[in-house]
Design a protein around this ligand. Structure first.
Ligand SMILES: [Zn+2]
Ligand SMILES: [Zn+2]
Length: 141
């Protein structure tokens, strides 16, 4: 069972960048964890896929530092550490009250496994995961 976020800060609900300049805490349980294979996530993360989940924007509590926010496309912006470059979050215009964050930036990301794949059409041919999760060519219907 996932502990309540407000009980006490625990590794499941806190995270940050590689260098430690940015630390955050989740104030509610994240929803819709998934993999994104889109080209923007690939370039942003320097990895073949990103694992992300969503929380209400005010519940992504930045407790140390200030992420750089870059307008990365016509639909949204990406947040990262200006010191070490770690990918932290994506924010999109069409869902301004929510934030998608990189789940692997949690101190303990093990409890939040992805539940689906999106943008499969951009999947790199040499990379795949062994699972039976739903795979969507683009966004989720
Ligand atoms: Zn950093
Ligand atoms: Zn993506």
């Amino acid at each position: 069972m996932i502990p309540e976020a407000d009980d006490a800060p625990d590794a499941a609900h806190v995270g940050g960048c590689l260098c430690g300049a940015i630390r955050y805490r989740l104030a509610s349980e994240p929803v819709d964890p998934g993999y994104c294979h889109c080209r923007m996530c690939q370039r942003f993360s320097g990895a073949p896929v990103m694992a992300f989940a969503s929380v209400p924007l005010p519940d992504f509590r930045i407790e140390k530092g200030d992420p750089v926010r870059v307008r990365s496309s016509s639909v949204g912006e990406r947040w990262f550490c200006g010191d070490c470059g770690s990918s932290l979050a994506m924010w999109v215009d069409h869902a301004p009250d929510m934030l998608d964050f990189a789940t692997v930036s949690l101190d303990d990301p093990t409890w939040l496994p992805p539940a689906f794949h999106i943008w499969r059409e951009s999947r790199i041919g040499w990379f795949d995961t062994i699972d039976a999760l739903p795979r969507h060519e683009r966004e989720r219907p």
